[in-house]
Design a binder for this molecule. Sequence first.
Ligand code: MN
Length: 204
Amino acid sequence: MKYTLPKLPYAFDSLEPFIDAKTMEIHHTKHHQAYVDKLNDALSKHPEIADKPIEELLKNTADVPEDIRTAIKNHGGGHVNHSFFWKLLKKEQEAKGKIISAIEKEFGSLDKFKEQFTASALGRFGSGWVWLVLNRRKLEIYSTGNQDSPLMENKIPLLGLDIWEHSYYLKHMWNRKAYVEDWWNVVNWKKVEELYESAIKNKK
Ligand code: MN
């Protein structure tokens, strides 16, 4: 299978002023495209696994031939993580639904959850991601380095924040905290709710 860059489901400027159009354009058409290209390059060396969905390869990296294992983690992870990230961005989404009740139960309140999630984003040294995942039946805040995917540890991602500098340096420069604060304004809670409902349904 040959992977292609998925279309963004909105215009580059639709997250302004929180995430600027130029960042969205470069992040999508340059950074994400590079993960797609390098993923295809790696798979072309092993056609015998190229038909397996990339999510399956990430869940079982031990089965991936050693000479492309790192490339699959980095670029396959990069492709899957970014495809996920774009869908979770939308302005003016009300935080409501079963996921919010579950967050309040697990973390005390939505504000406390946001505080912990933000602290995890600021505490990650170097590049990586912060996630809200379902781990078996438990909600967890979880951070990965590089482009590692929660799928690699069998956790189901419900929300993800890209904290690579390429996702904010044009607008927020050194200030990851300001980026994270802006990002909270573009969390697509409706999509998080959909993912949560589908994840708990499949766990029953
Ligand atoms: Mn990125």
